[in-house]
Structures are given as C-alpha cells and as structure tokens.
Ligand binder design. Structure first.
Ligand code: ARG
Length: 449
C-alpha cells in the first residue's frame, strides 16, 4: 500500500507503477542517510512548534538514529516492495515501530520538499568529495611540475613547433586549471547549500514552521526563501552542479588528450609505465594508452550532461512534476564517473615518465628563434629589425639557435610560481568550510531532548 492510497481508491496498475518508479528504488538508497537527517531536523522543529509531544520526538529521534547507524556502519538500507521511494520507506519504518508518532512526522511536509532537501545534502557531499579528489590531483601535478621544472619540452601553436616550454609548465598548467574549476564548483556549492525544507509541495504550509531552525540543524548556509522558487530549484541545481562538473571534465579530457599525443612514438615526450598500458590481440609490439583514451571519452560524455538535464526540464512550468525525478538518473551516475576520472587521472599522472633532453634534437632548433630575436633587442636592435634579420637567416638556412634560456617572467619556464598557485588553491578549499556541515550533523545526531 502506498502512503497516498485511500481506503476507497483503486490501486495503480503494476506496469504503470514500475514505469513511474523508474530507477528510484536503486538510486534513492543513496539519499537514505539524508532523508533520515532531514526527518530528524523536521521533527525537532515540529516539537518546538507544538505539533509533536516531547516523548514522541524522543522516540522518533532514537529510531532515526538507529536507522542512520545501520546505513552508515553496515551500508544497510532497503526500499521494500510496496514503498515507492526512500521517503515512503522511512515513514513506513517509523510508523511500524512507533504507531501514531510515526504517522505524525509528515505534518507540514511533502515528498516534494523532502526529495529537494535530500538532494541538496547529497549534492553538497558530492561537491566535497569531488573537491577533495581534485585537490589531490592538483598536488600530484604540482609535485611533478617542481620535479621536472628543468626538463624542457617543445611548445606548439597550430601544432607547429613554436617556443621552448617545459614539463614544469605543462604539469603546472593543469594544476592551475583545476583552481578555476574549483572556483566554479564553489559557486555550485553555494547554490546547493540552501535549505528548501518547509516549502512542502511547493506552496508552504499553514503551520508556523520554523524554517530557520531546520536550516541551522542541517548545516545549510541559508534557505531558499520563496516556497515556489524552492521547488523551481529542482533540476536547476542539478544543472548548475553538472555544469561545474563539466568544466572539470573538460580539463581532465584535455589533459588526457595531451597524454595520448605526447605518448605517441612520433612525439615521444612521455611514457606510461607498462602496467598502465594495454596490448593488442594482433600486433605484438603494442602498449596502448587506453587509460587516457577512456578518461577522454568519459570526460567528454560528462560534458554533455548539463544539456540532458536542460532538455528534461525545459518547458516545465513552475511547480512539481514527476519529470524531475528522472534528473536523478543523470546526476547520480555522473557523480561516480567524475570521482572515478579524478582518481584515475591522479594515478596516471603520478606514474607518468618524462623524456629528458628533448630540445637537444636539431629538429627543434627553430623553437629558439624568438630567443635570438630577443637577444638582439637587448643589445639595442629594434624588435621588427631583429625579427627580419633572424627570419632571413632561417630562410637562408644559416640560423644558429641561442639555447641559453633565461626566463624570469611570472608563470614562465624559469619562474613557475608554484608556491603562489598552491596558496591560491589552499585558500580556496578552506573557504568551503566543509567542517560546518560535520558539526551540524554531529549535533543533530546527538540531540538532547
Ligand atoms: N520520487 C519522487 C521524485 O524524485 C519523490 C517526490 C514524489 N512527489 C510526488 N508528488 N509524486 O520526484
């Protein structure tokens, strides 16, 4: 029996039921810890408003506490046959145990704001895990950059050799890219970190619910005030988070493409250790960089997801619609994918080997053309005249490269500014204040009635 089944109504056709539930039974399990925490905050607030007796609150909190423990410690939560989703399952479990007290918990609440608040807490945790994995990849790249700051690499424009670069710059570039990706993630975190609970079905409640209290209890920074807007955040928030994830995926995808290219024999700049490569069934010599290729493909797929959410939600008017449920099917697997990509990218980059003395090869002589021009400029020749002279030498075939590099410019081969970049990242990560959520949950789970 559904929580919404009435004594005198017909039950829903089984095929229709399975179709409308879709993947909820499997996916809602990931929302279960948040559904419990949300229920605890809601009941504490109901008691404060006089809608629940103190002893009822006490038994609800004790029961919620043990369900939460089971989920966290034993990874145990099942949505049983007959429950449509996590919200119905939790209410059913509490009603089985507590009778009337369990039935009272839904006062002033709807599954619409329940799923909203669960998802906000779920997404908040995902941003935290993604940020931590990104930080780890950042640190690996910075270490590699420092280690290989003296190892030169050809720089390209139009895929034509251009100017001297270095592995210090290459690794460091992707480290710094991750800062901007985390900046955008932080924007998503701000959007996610607002409490929609109390918006009910999307139009609030005639009970004098204290929304500031649940906001504080659940560790949110603020609330989505307008109850209609709270409901509109469904889908919008997922799209914003997936856009932030898409930026990160774009960085990983580009890095993976560089790895594929630089690892090719025709470039020969880097090598993956053998255990990171795969072979061919016919060509005995093959050591393929499949890891970078799969990273590239998975990252590119992630870039498409904000569009999928946009399509599902486009043309939906305000208010709840069951269409919104389907966005979970895009959001949740994407969170696992980006986390896996980050951790594999980290593993791959930590183990990459770089080739030494690449620029000693004569085929890279022309990379130094601007060095020769600049040397003449320093000695007093106007830039355009020096440019013409070196260009002429190149065309005549009598150019001799000036290989002594002396770059001091901030962010260049000779001055990577890795310490400044690390400070920026560390400050950015500290500004999320993740601990605030831990403290709120700790207090909630040990609430003294
Ligand atoms: N499983 C539903 C979802 O994700 C929960 C909300 C159901 N609300 C409703 N009015 N049917 O959207």
């Amino acid at each position: 029996m559904k929580i919404w089944t009435k004594k005198n109504s017909a039950s829903t056709n089984k095929r229709i039921e399975a179709f409308t539930i879709s993947k909820d039974l499997e996916l809602d399990v990931f929302l279960a810890p948040y559904d419990i925490l949300g229920s605890m905050a809601h009941t504490i607030m109901l008691e404060k408003c006089g809608l629940l007796e103190t002893d009822e609150l006490k038994s609800i909190l004790t029961n919620c506490g043990s369900i939460y423990e089971e989920i966290i410690k034993k990874d145990l939560f099942v949505i049983e046959d007959g429950s449509e989703d996590v919200h119905s399952q939790v209410e059913w479990m509490l009603t089985q145990k507590l009778g009337d007290a369990g039935k009272k918990i839904h006062s002033g609440r709807s599954r619409n704001d329940q799923v909203l608040v669960d998802l906000k807490m779920y997404m908040r945790q995902q941003v935290r895990e993604i940020t931590e994995l990104t930080h780890s990849l950042f640190q690996t790249l910075q270490q590699k950059s420092e280690k290989h700051k003296e190892d030169l690499l050809p720089g390209y424009t139009h895929l034509q050799i251009a100017m001297p670069s270095s592995f210090g710059l290459w690794f460091g570039a992707y480290a710094e890219a991750l800062i901007d990706d985390v900046e955008v993630l932080k924007g998503a975190y701000k959007v996610v970190n607002k409490n929609p609970l109390g918006s009910g079905a999307g139009y609030g409640s005639s009970f004098p619910l204290d929304r500031n209290l649940t906001t504080q209890l659940l560790g949110f920074d603020t609330l989505n005030y307008n109850v209609v807007y709270s409901q509109i955040t469904r889908g919008k928030t997922e799209g914003i988070l997936l856009s932030a994830v898409a930026n990160l995926a774009a960085t990983i995808g580009k890095l993976a493409m560089d790895v594929c290219l630089y690892n090719s024999q025709n470039f020969g700049f880097i090598k993956l250790p053998e255990e990171m490569t795969t072979g061919s069934s016919i060509m005995p010599h093959k050591k393929n960089p499949d890891v970078a290729e799969v990273l590239r493909a998975k990252s590119n797929r992630l870039k498409a997801l904000p569009n999928e959410v946009a399509f599902i939600t486009s043309n939906l008017p305000s208010g709840y619609h069951r269409d919104l449920q389907i966005t979970k099917e895009i959001l949740m697997p994407a969170m696992d994918d980006i986390k896996e990509c980050l951790s594999i990218a980290d593993f791959m980059m930590a183990n990459i080997e770089v080739s030494k003395d690449l620029l000693a090869d004569k085929k890279y002589d022309l990379l130094f053309s601007v060095e020769n021009v600049n040397q003449m400029v320093v000695e007093g020749t106007p830039f355009r005249d020096a440019y013409q002279k070196i260009g002429f030498e190149i065309n005549e075939g009598n150019f001799t490269p000036n290989r002594s590099l002396n770059h001091t410019l901030a962010g260049s081969i000779g001055n990577l500014c890795n310490a400044e970049i690390a400070t920026e990242m560390n400050e950015l990560i500290a500004s999320f204040h993740f601990k605030k959520v831990d403290n709120a949950f700790e207090k909630l789970l040990n609430w003294e009635v």
